[in-house]
Design a protein around this ligand. Structure first.
Ligand SMILES: Nc1ncnc2c1ncn2[C@@H]1O[C@H](COP(=O)(O)OP(=O)(O)OP(=O)(O)O)[C@@H](O)[C@H]1O
Ligand SMILES: [Mg+2]
Length: 268
């Protein structure tokens, strides 16, 4: 089986929403992406795994256009991002939302102001409409209305993640990038957040690119998993396929001490 054919989940010919080919990214002498290929299909939750410092966040930022690339191509929504005029690029950027690994929210702004930030930057909406929209987004992520006027420091870790997700959804994106959305949450909080992402993905028809270290998340909500090692995607496919692989890195990752339960137990 080729990992990079046009067959999406279920084997049907799928719409490729992100297509990365032969990507090279480096900083000084350090080359982080060494000819990386990856496809993300419309409507799937793709889990992206890899050891710490391997380049999961760098790849996310490269796809978003936030770090320069040295070679290869990145197509999003069928467009080659390098060939876009600035106005086209801005239009494209409004079709996705991002939850970054660090600095999820601006600490000096309330939750409501954080959610409204992308609206303020890109839309010409009345304050009243923006308030209504912000309250809708809060409700969508399971936060109570009284969270709107709180500052991030007044929220629990799980609430901060939810508020950051509300901001990522501010412009009704089709595609959402989540970089370690459940890190720092306790297992119950993480499971609740996974459930929220899964529900939103289904109800809003989102495509989700999710970097995660959380093996439970992979089982709970990911349609496919892609694994990064040595600057390349070494495997991409349904989790079961990766679990059965003989690849040394995959075996170590999924069947090592912390992933040991995968060997014995499948999804319930
Ligand atoms: N702006 C930068 N300048 C120089 N090096 C960078 C920069 N951003 C990332 N790197 C380097 O690129 C490599 C990949 O970093 P990245 O943050 O993508 O790792 P990661 O896989 O997301 O790790 P983690 O799981 O810990 O979040 C690291 O060696 C990092 O130091
Ligand atoms: Mg990272």
């Amino acid at each position: 089986m080729s990992f990079f054919d046009n067959n999406g989940p279920g084997g049907a010919t799928a719409d490729v929403i992100i297509s990365v080919r032969d990507l090279i990214v480096g900083f000084g002498d350090k080359v982080v992406m060494k000819g990386l290929d990856l496809d993300v299909y419309r409507g799937e939750v793709l889990g992206f795994v890899g050891g710490s410092g391997q380049g999961k966040s760098v790849l996310t930022r490269a796809i978003l256009g936030l770090v320069p690339t040295r070679g290869g191509s990145i197509r999003i929504f069928g467009r080659d991002r390098d060939s876009l005029a600035p106005a086209e690029r801005r239009a494209l950027e409004q079709r996705w939302g991002v939850l970054f690994q660090n600095g999820a929210l601006f600490s000096g702004l309330t939750v409501k102001q954080n959610i409204q930030m992308p609206m303020r930057e890109t839309r010409d909406l009345s304050p009243r409409l923006m308030d209504e929209l912000a309250m809708l987004k809060l409700d969508l992520v399971g936060l109570k209305p009284d969270a709107a006027d709180k500052f991030p420091s007044e929220l629990s870790g799980g609430m901060v993640k939810r508020a950051a997700l509300a901001r990522a959804l501010a412009l009704d994106p089709e595609l959402v990038f989540l970089d370690e959305p459940t890190s720092g949450l306790d297992p119950i909080g993480a499971a609740e957040f996974d459930e929220l992402i899964g529900t939103l993905q289904k109800t809003l028809g989102l495509t989700v690119f999710m970097v995660t270290h959380d093996l439970d998340s992979l089982y709970a909500i990911c349609d496919r998993v892609a694994a990064l090692a040595d600057g390349k995607v070494i495997a991409a496919g349904p989790l079961d396929t990766l679990l059965e692989s003989d690849h040394p890195w995959l075996r170590a990752y999924f069947h090592g001490a912390r992933g040991g339960r995968f060997a014995a137990k499948g999804p319930d």
